[in-house]
Design a protein around this ligand. Structure first.
Ligand SMILES: C[S@@+](CC[C@H](N)C(=O)[O-])C[C@H]1O[C@@H](n2cnc3c(N)ncnc32)[C@H](O)[C@@H]1O
Length: 370
């Protein structure tokens, strides 16, 4: 599948849209908010007094609460700085000029994103006659170059970089026969070659990502990256998120109901990889342009605040649907979307009812450009 053309989170504002179903991503973002705030504080300390523009990008911004919360936080940090300096609306040339670029694949719902951004309270506050920050779209893949050399001061990417640039080519043998039949990801029944194909794709993609950003980020600039990972290397074949588990179960169930052909499933693989922290670090070290300044692993039992299992299963199913709808409809056709969603709800409930956790392991790294 050409990710650049078809992949996107579910669009709009409907019940199954990503903007209404990204509370899991938001919860993890909030867990790292303090770290992000301290990075932003130091960023504006550096640019204070200099007539310079601070360039920030949110890579894989999507839509919904996270990109909005990021923009609000940046604007609050700037306002706090202006207050410290006792600057009011008449203050000019305070040196906190900021531009925030919102990046995602061109198929992202940019129109909703910008409508929501324009109605964010407090953003229109003006100092020296201009808004605090200007924000703009930067469509394209972050595995390619997106900005001019030496232009970015800070890069933010929440829950994006576990998405690969493509389904690994190594999941088909030299005769085009699928080698991961019956699975949509690495599993206990997958061969070693499947694991290698996924890891190689991630290693190549993440290296490309770092190389391109190293061109764009200014010396000493930084990147705060949070992505879905897995607990450790020993779980190579057994670890998968609850989302991937219920997607796999749902598609298999649809085969037995005659709604999905077995060969179709055999040729469907999820274009995502969840690295361990060791793997992530190994790629950063090998590529060599950035130093890891801080790293943390957050283990989060998704939507565990919801005690009613039926309601919690709905949240897990909607969130899974919102991130997989475009992949499913592109490969299997729109006609299976409703039954697919119904199965997700069923298997999410079964998962919870059997007493399993819905744990996600999020890896966060703060990288400094050497
Ligand atoms: C799970 S969403 C996260 C959105 C948002 N950052 C959040 O935390 O809610 C992942 C986003 O990454 C984007 N994405 C995936 N691959 C990408 C790529 N190669 N370049 C740019 N964006 C990409 C997807 O389109 C999607 O919007």
């Amino acid at each position: 599948m050409a990710m650049n053309k078809h992949f996107h989170m579910s669009k709009g504002e409907g019940e199954l849209s990503y903007s209404r179903n990204s509370s899991i991503q938001e919860t993890v973002w909030l867990m790292n908010k303090q770290l992000l705030e301290s990075v932003l504080e130091s960023l504006f300390k550096v640019s204070y007094g200099v007539d310079k523009i601070c360039n920030i990008v949110d890579l894989g911004c999507g839509v919904g609460p996270v990109p909005l919360a990021l923009v609000s936080l940046v604007s609050n940090v700037i306002k706090g700085k202006l207050k410290e300096l006792e600057c009011d609306e008449s203050c000019d040339e305070v040196g906190f000029k900021c531009q925030i670029y919102m990046n995602d694949l061109p198929s992202n719902d940019f129109s909703k994103l910008f409508k929501d951004l324009m109605s964010l309270e407090g953003l229109q506050t003006k100092y020296d006659g201009n808004p605090l920050c200007f924000f703009m779209g930067a469509p394209g893949s972050y595995y390619d170059r997106l900005f001019h050399h030496n232009t970015l001061d800070f890069v933010h990417a929440n829950y994006a970089l576990h998405w690969l640039s493509q389904v690994p080519a190594g999941l088909w043998n030299e005769h085009g026969v699928p080698i991961n039949k019956g699975n949509v990801y690495m599993s206990e029944t997958s061969s070693k070659a499947v694991g290698n194909a996924y890891w190689t794709q991630f290693e190549n993609d993440f290296t490309k990502f770092l190389k391109n950003r190293s061109e764009e980020v200014v010396p000493n600039g930084c990147m705060l990256i949070t992505l879905l990972g897995r607990p450790n290397d020993s779980d190579f074949f057994t670890w998968r998120t609850v989302e991937l588990k219920i997607i796999n179960q749902s598609l298999i169930a649809l085969i037995s109901e005659g709604l999905v052909k077995e060969e179709k499933l055999d040729n469907f693989n999820f274009p995502a990889y969840h690295p361990s922290m060791d793997q992530l670090e190994s790629v950063v070290k090998k590529e060599g342009s950035f130093l890891i300044e801080e790293k943390r692993i957050v283990i989060h039992d998704s939507a565990s605040e919801i005690k009613n299992k039926h309601e919690r299963a709905q949240v897990l199913a909607k969130s899974t649907y919102a991130l997989s709808e475009s992949l499913i409809s592109h490969h299997f056709g729109d006609q299976i979307l409703q039954p697919f969603f119904d199965k997700l709800v069923y298997f999410a409930f079964q998962h919870l009812d059997l007493g399993y956790l819905a744990q996600n392991h999020s890896l966060t790294i703060l990288l400094r450009k050497i």
